[in-house]
Design a protein around this ligand. Structure first.
Ligand SMILES: Nc1nc2c(ncn2[C@@H]2O[C@H](COP(=O)(O)OP(=O)(O)O)[C@@H](O)[C@H]2O)c(=O)[nH]1
Ligand SMILES: [Mg+2]
Length: 218
């Protein structure tokens, strides 16, 4: 049918250190079935398909999200080469209780930038607040820090991440893989950037034919 619009499918890679919660947050986003008791196996590679309503009307857009094994911490983090070529967008995840998992994102970002060949590749950064649950009271060390007026180390890492992200012009979100609604905004934002609104038909010839038909009918 001429009027049937098929949304574009974009490929998004989710990466970061091993164990920061990449799979947990994807499973939560797509199926909403992750709890603290869920058993999650280490990922080799998986693909999730998300159908996203960007709230702009029109057809739902499709994201094909590639879950990766995650990188070991150590010397310079390097993505496998093919991860630098196929994705249309990247979701970089870190754990704000683990400063190295944030440092690793800088290496990944440098690699992505080096290889993107002028094309616009949207990147977002997610801090998965896995250990900082609102309903858990502060640990004795945290209490001691609060009493001594010391800054919370998690806050410090989040501030560092925010500063880095604004320098790099990347959007930073704090999420929690156990709270599904916290995941909607970043992925809707990613999807909207990958699928800019189309105001005109991409087939000029088709537009002309349609205009002619309308005139004849009038
Ligand atoms: N408490 C808590 N645990 C989490 C959270 N996200 C992930 N985990 C746990 O951390 C472990 C590693 O998560 P996983 O998603 O496999 O990490 P990945 O290697 O980045 O894919 C799993 O046992 C998860 O259940 C979270 O937001 N809160
Ligand atoms: Mg995983």
């Amino acid at each position: 049918m001429l009027t049937a619009k098929i949304g574009k499918v974009s490929k998004v890679l989710i990466c970061g250190a091993k164990g920061v919660g990449k799979t947990a947050l994807l499973e939560q986003l797509i199926y909403g079935n992750i709890t603290l008791e869920s058993e999650i196996h280490p990922t080799i590679e998986d693909i999730y398909v998300a159908s996203v309503d960007t709230g702009r009307g029109g057809p739902r857009e499709t994201l094909r999200i590639y879950d990766s094994a995650g990188l070991f911490q150590g010397s310079k983090a390097q993505l496998p080469r093919h991860y630098l070529y196929f994705p249309d967008g990247y979701v970089l995840v870190y754990d704000p209780t683990d400063p190295q998992s944030l440092d690793m994102l800088a290496d990944i970002k440098t690699d992505i930038d080096k290889n993107k060949e002028k094309k616009e590749v949207p990147i977002i950064v997610l801090a998965n607040m896995r250990s900082k649950r609102k309903d858990t009271p502060p640990s004795p060390t945290q209490q001691a820090q609060m009493q001594n007026n010391q800054a919370d180390p998690v806050e410090l890492i989040l501030n560092r991440a925010n500063a880095w992200c604004s320098r790099e012009r990347i959007k930073h979100y704090t999420v929690n893989a156990m709270e599904r609604p916290s995941l909607y905004e970043p992925f809707i934002n990613m999807c909207a950037r990958l699928h800019p609104p189309q105001t005109k038909s991409t087939f000029p010839q088709l537009r002309q034919v349609m205009q002619k038909t309308q005139k004849t009918e009038a």
